[in-house]
Design a protein around this ligand. Structure first.
Ligand SMILES: [Zn+2]
Ligand SMILES: [Zn+2]
Length: 345
C-alpha cells in the first residue's frame, strides 16, 4: 500500500477537501500511474451529492484520468514506464462473461466503477482527483502522442460517451445529426460528429453559445427556448444525441426526427421523464440510451480523436478550486470542461 494525496468529499454534499488515501500495492498485472490531469464530469457532482442514490464516503471522484506510467507489475505486457495512459469510468470486470467477451466491459455484472464502488478485493475504489492510481493494465488505454494529456483527460468519459452512440447510430456523410446541450459532453459530440462527416446541428437553450458551436464544427445552431425551432426542424433529423441531465420534453424532440430516426439519451437526470407513446409510434421512432463504451472502443475513440486533432476545450484549475468549479458546472458556466492539474493536489 502507498499513501497518496487526494481531494475527497468526506460526506454527501460536503465540500471536497485535501486528504490522503491508500493505493494498493502494484500487483502482477497492475500499473502505477502518476496522474497529470483529471477532468470534472457532471456525474462526479451527482455522486458526491448523492443525487443518484446512496454513495460511499469519503469519495474521491474523477473518472477522466490522464497520466504517465511510473511502475509496472511483473506480468504487464501492454505498457512500460513512461507510457502516456488514460483511465475512464471503470477499473475492473470479470473478464469471462458474454459482455466482457463482446468488449462491453461496462455492462459486466461485476464491473467496478473507478470511484464510489467496491473493488473485487472488497476495498472501496477512489478516483482521479489524486496524484496516483493503481489499475490493472486491462483497464488503461494509450493516449496517442498527438493528444496533450490535459485535453485528452475529458475524452475518457465525455469523449467515449458521445463517440459510442454516434458510431453505433451511424453518424456520417449524408446524416443530419443534432447534439442537444452544448456542455462538456455536447461539445465533444459536435467535434466528433463533424469529424465523422455528419451535418451537425446544435440544440441549445439559447443562442448564447452559437459562435462557439459553429467554431467547434456545427453547421447549424438553434435555441430550444424558441418555439420556432421545433417548427423549422420538424421531421428533419436522423439522429439526436441528448446530453441534457434534466428532465426533457421527449415528445418535442421525437417530433424533430425523420421516420425511423433515433433519439439517444446519454444524460442522466435525477428525476424520471414522461413520454406520450404516440410520439414514438408515429414514424417508427427509436428512443435509446448509451453508456460510455468498452475498453477497445475507448482506445478506438482516442486514436480517432488524435487523428482528427480533437481534444476537449478545457479550463485548467488548481485542485483547491474544485468546489467553486462544481458550482460553475451546475450553473452551466464552463467552456467546456474543468480539468484539475494534479500537480496542485
Ligand atoms: Zn463522466
Ligand atoms: Zn464480465
Amino acid at each position: 500500500m502507498t499513501t497518496v494525496a487526494a481531494y475527497a468529499a468526506p460526506a454527501a454534499k460536503a465540500p471536497l477537501e485535501r486528504t490522503t488515501i491508500e493505493r494498493r500495492a502494484v500487483g502482477t498485472h497492475d500499473i502505477l500511474i502518476e496522474i497529470k490531469y483529471a477532468g470534472i464530469c457532471h456525474s462526479d457532482i451527482h455522486q458526491a451529492r448523492e443525487g443518484w442514490g446512496e454513495a460511499i464516503f469519503p469519495m474521491v471522484p474523477g473518472h477522466e484520468i490522464a497520466g504517465v506510467v511510473t511502475e509496472v507489475g511483473p506480468g504487464v505486457t501492454k505498457y512500460a514506464v513512461g507510457d502516456r495512459v488514460g483511465v475512464g469510468c471503470f477499473v475492473d470486470s470479470c473478464g469471462e462473461c458474454a459482455q466482457c467477451a463482446a468488449g462491453q466491459e461496462q455492462f459486466c455484472a461485476q464491473a467496478v466503477g473507478t470511484y464510489n464502488a467496491i473493488g473485487r478485493d472488497g476495498e472501496p475504489t477512489y478516483g482521479g482527483y489524486s496524484t496516483h492510481v493503481v489499475v490493472s493494465e486491462r483497464f488503461a488505454v494509450r493516449v496517442p502522442d498527438a493528444l496533450s494529456l490535459d485535453v485528452a483527460a475529458p475524452l475518457l468519459c465525455a469523449g467515449i460517451t458521445l463517440y459510442s452512440p454516434l458510431k453505433r447510430w451511424q453518424a456520417g456523410p449524408g446524416k443530419k445529426v443534432a447534439i442537444l446541450g452544448l456542455g462538456g459532453l455536447g461539445h465533444m459530440g459536435v467535434k466528433i460528429a463533424h469529424a465523422l462527416g455528419a451535418e451537425v446541428t446544435v440544440l441549445s437553450q439559447t443562442l448564447r453559445k452559437q459562435e462557439d458551436g459553429l467554431k467547434l464544427g456545427a453547421d447549424h445552431f438553434h435555441a430550444t427556448s424558441d418555439p420556432k425551432t421545433f417548427e423549422q426542424l420538424a421531421g428533419s433529423l436522423d439522429l439526436i444525441v441528448s446530453t441534457v441531465s434534466a428532465p426533457l420534453d421527449l415528445g418535442a424532440y421525437l417530433g424533430l426526427l425523420k421516420p425511423g430516426g433515433a433519439l439517444v439519451n446519454v444524460g442522466a437526470p435525477e428525476e424520471p421523464n414522461q413520454l406520450n407513446m404516440f410520439g414514438l409510434i408515429g414514424g417508427n421512432k427509436i428512443l435509446a440510451g448509451s453508456m460510455i463504451g468498452g475498453i477497445a472502443e475507448t482506445q478506438e475513440m482516442l486514436d480517432f480523436c488524435a487523428e482528427h486533432g480533437l481534444g476537449a476545450e478545457i479550463e485548467l484549475i488548481r485542485a483547491d478550486e474544485v468546489n467553486e468549479a462544481y458550482e460553475r458546472v451546475l450553473a452551466s458556466d464552463v467552456r467546456y470542461r474543468f480539468v484539475i492539474d494534479a500537480a496542485t493536489i
